[in-house]
Ligand binder design. Structure first.
Ligand SMILES: [Zn+2]
Ligand SMILES: [Zn+2]
Length: 316
């Protein structure tokens, strides 16, 4: 099969072996895969991953022991837990200590004609949701994770830092439950297309301190410091970008202002899917700035690394 394989560098392989299906797992024929910031970080050596890249996809179940799934159009949660531990028993396999992760950690990913995942990870995509919306379910669900972690009453002043794809999605998702959401970024064209559902837009430097909740989604190491300056005493900072914690940061404002800092990662696809179904006007497709055939993945990665890119898709 065709696959984008990372082994020190990434390359297109036309004859990579098709993955075998273990009991309880399914093989999915990938239709479209999304390129994510995490993929670019993996290419730069993050986590030392080798194997097939990719964790965002929509595809068709081709082979699995439960024949009811065959032919279904699906997306799949990316963490494959052991199924036995207390986290897995609670349906929180994304925190299983023995989990492997699609295209990120010891499990070949979805930038290939086929990928495999546990059947329990799959979610069927209803016919009225297009492939181009469905392929965004992973980042949308990651944004929904904030709603699962925080109980908001809707009156909070919320600031989202970062006008990349995750920041825009976080602002959109939060705006479905809170009326005062401001997205701060520094790319006029990205801010322009993030307008939806009464969210307010602000350019970097136009600080609005005193927020009850600040979501850090800049993908830059300076984001957490900025979040601390924008958050009111005893407010909450939600960390969404993994790079935010990789550099030396003065944490004293957290103590002085008694801030709560909360890490937030992957969400449950059923939450992302129900939000998509509830808000068919959420302009998810507008985040797709380009698409390439899988053979042109190198050009696609180059474009994905440009500041103007939001979501780039690879078509299989
Ligand atoms: Zn991703
Ligand atoms: Zn487990």
């Amino acid at each position: 099969m065709r696959a984008i394989v990372l082994d020190g560098q990434h390359r297109f392989k036309p004859n990579f072996p098709v993955p075998k299906v273990q009991p309880g797992w399914a093989r999915i024929r990938v239709k479209t895969a999304g390129i994510c910031q995490t993929d670019l970080e993996l290419i730069n050596g993050y986590l030392g991953f080798t194997g097939v890249l990719g964790h965002e996809f929509v595809g068709i179940v081709e082979s699995c022991e439960d024949i009811r799934w065959i032919g279904k159009r699906v997306a799949g949660e990316i963490n494959a837990g052991c199924g036995q531990c207390s986290w897995c028993q609670k349906g929180q396999g994304r925190h299983c200590p023995s989990r492997i992760t699609l295209g990120i950690d010891r499990l070949n990913g979805c930038m290939a004609d086929y990928c495999v995942l546990p059947i329990s990870n799959l979610i069927e995509i209803p016919a009225n949701i297009s492939d181009d919306r469905a392929v965004l379910i992973e980042p949308l669900s990651a944004a929904c994770e904030i709603l699962e972690q925080l109980s908001l009453n809707g009156s909070e002043r919320i600031v989202v830092l970062g006008d990349g794809r995750l920041g825009i999605l976080c602002a959109w998702v939060l705006s479905t439950v809170a009326s005062n959401v401001t997205l701060i970024g520094h790319h006029p064209e990205k801010l322009a297309l993030s307008v939806w559902n009464n969210i307010k837009i602000a350019h970097d430097g136009n600080h609005c301190p005193g927020a009850d909740v600040v979501v850090e989604a800049t993908g830059s190491a300076t984001g957490i410091a900025e979040a601390m300056t924008l958050c009111r005493p005893r407010g909450i900072i939600v960390l969404k970008s993994t790079v935010a914690v990789s550099e030396a940061v003065n944490l004293s404002p957290i103590v002085i202002h008694e801030l709560t800092v909360m890490g937030s990662r992957c969400g449950q696809f059923r939450h992302g899917l129900s939000l998509m179904a509830k808000h068919p006007d959420m302009p998810l497709e507008s985040l797709i700035t380009n698409r390439f055939p899988i053979e042109s993945a190198t050009a696609a990665f180059l474009m994905a690394a440009q500041k103007s890119a939001i979501k780039i898709l690879l078509d299989l």
